[in-house]
Design a protein around this ligand. Sequence first.
Ligand SMILES: Nc1nc(=O)c2c([nH]1)NC[C@@H]1CN(c3ccc(C(=O)N[C@@H](CCC(=O)O)C(=O)O)cc3)C=[N+]21
Length: 298
Amino acid sequence: MGAQVIDGKGFAAKLRERVGAQAEKFAQAAGRKAGLAVVLVGEDPASQVYVRSKHKATVAANMESFEHRLPADTGEAELLALVERLNADPAVDGILVQLPLPDHLDEQAVIAAISPDKDVDGFHVTNAGRLAVGQSGFVPCTPLGCMMLLTDRLGDLSGLEAVVIGRSNIVGKPMAQLLLDANATVTIAHSRTKDLPGVVKRADIVVAAVGRAEMVKAEWLKPQATVIDVGINRLPPEPGAEKGRLVGDVDYGAAQGVAGAITPVPGGVGPMTIAVLLRNTLVAAYRNEGLDLPEGAL
Ligand SMILES: Nc1nc(=O)c2c([nH]1)NC[C@@H]1CN(c3ccc(C(=O)N[C@@H](CCC(=O)O)C(=O)O)cc3)C=[N+]21
């Protein structure tokens, strides 16, 4: 039970507060609020919950929220036309198309249609490329939030061994880039990795982003490692219960006895994702207006 719990929810609340204060200054300087457009196609209940919480957080941070809810059978041409309208709308600084999209829609084509300068998710190939070569652009919200938690706790990451479990374009790959930029020694592990427990054992920093409930075991961890758990998995309900518990990709209870610090689920990385989305939107707004965001304001 030794590990320190990394309070992502509290950290995110403070970040949202700073973004809100700076968004108010932006509105005074620009004569308009920063704006985030969120597009949701279909009625996936989990997506609806996320979109609602994004909307609330956006408005609470003194920004404009434009929600576009489209039926599940929306055609690709229609969705692309909406993205084009949002690209051209000067009130819209950031565009987020909620993923996953229904199967008949090509996610890559839709992401490619978003203006890279409004791509606050950081999913466009232009922003992936900028991150890869060290140019400024938009960094995906979840890995950037993880980096904020890591540097807050550890300060300089130079020379630390980091293992990222998972190689998705949304979390694993950009996470590895960010850790590398911070001078960590980075390993990306995945489903074909041989001896995953042995690889994880080296890590001063473990970022688990595989999407498999409690897969990372306490015995795999190096004592005092810092563990960032990106997974959000719902377990099957206990008998008599309506919903199962939310758990991460790490066996949290056992890991607390070995790790130096660990993010909980819920209350860890998830809230950071939304706070960073607001941060990215405000950064986009300053850039779109040609204004300078004061150094250190966020
Ligand atoms: N274009 C796009 N961008 C995204 O950033 C995006 C997306 N699509 N599709 C879905 C995923 C998921 N996601 C989360 C955001 C916040 C929490 C969050 O705040 N979770 C809370 C509560 C969890 C709960 O109670 O359900 C927590 O972990 O404490 C989780 C997950 C953003 N996503």
